[in-house]
Ligand binder design. Sequence first.
Ligand SMILES: [Zn+2]
Length: 379
Amino acid sequence: MEVIDLTQVPAVDNHCHGVTQDQAFEYVTGWRRAFTESADPSMPRDHVTTTSFYRRLIRTLADFLGCEPEEEAVFAARTEKNGRELTHELLLAANVEALLLDTGFPPPEEVFPVPELGQIGDCRAEPMLRLEVLMEDLLAEYDSLEEMREALAAALDDVRGQGYVALKSIAAYRTGLDIREWPREEAEESFHEYRRTAGAGSARLVHKPLLDTLLHVTFAQASRQEIPVQFHVGYGDADTDLLLGNPLYLRPVLQRPDYRGMPVVLLHECYPYTRQGGYLAAVYENAYLDLSYGIPLLGYGEMLSFTRAALGVAPSSKLMYSSDGIGAPELHWMSAIDGRRVLGEALGEMVAHGELDLPEAEAAGESVLRGNATRLYRL
Ligand SMILES: [Zn+2]
């Protein structure tokens, strides 16, 4: 079987996060923490080093840094470089054309500012607006749900004009993807309950009728402006209820004819719900499936398997590459290497099966790595 060579195709990373400016870790366990979604302290100490992801990371990094493929040597070699140098070298090697950044996390003061990260990586860097952060900021200022709805609609009146290429929601982390329409009284009650919990300031928005109601305000704006909305789906840290992170819950939103102008991007291959996400991308014209190769932190075989599943059910014009890299630049970098390799292998299999010819497979690889995102986000 011939693997499709995508090594020279630049990548548009359609969903990632900022890189932490300070890359100095006193202990290796601090660095290991970047490669687990667990908050349990014994995980980086006792278990992270035995994941297939981490073993692959150490080998791939050792090759890049020119040292022994052992954790100690790799950690020492990466620690010799400052955050800016390391990020520059890794992003250049990753051949990244554009980074679309979820600025909601990590806190802005910890990471390179968006334009600066673009300079460091010699690539485009564009921000995306995290909706729950905007909502929490506005909720601190308004005394009625009606005023809040109007303020939110006004804040989202011209999303592209404000410099954002997309919106992002973490409803899956907060109250689940079963985003409903609530009777007015219940939404009002939820608003007042939020205000009571928050006191004078802003607080974590985990009030379902309120969050769902505000999301519908957002969807109306996104549909009108044809702005993509990215949803966290599936795999995340222990904060997420994976049962409520199933993309099939989004059906009522996807079914609404008045929301068809809003491209819905299902993030993280919806892992482990990749087949469900791929199905949605196959059935709804405005549903897209993101394939992220940094996080979830998976082994090669599992990445190949979700890529096969996605390519097997969804049109390749609906799939987009990302890293979901966050904090450590190694994630953005290794994801690009792995993504090209895995995609190349999965597409090569399709050629071997007689589903695609070679030029079609190369074109599909280019679409997933950059073309589809360039069009969808109007880059
Ligand atoms: Zn993310």
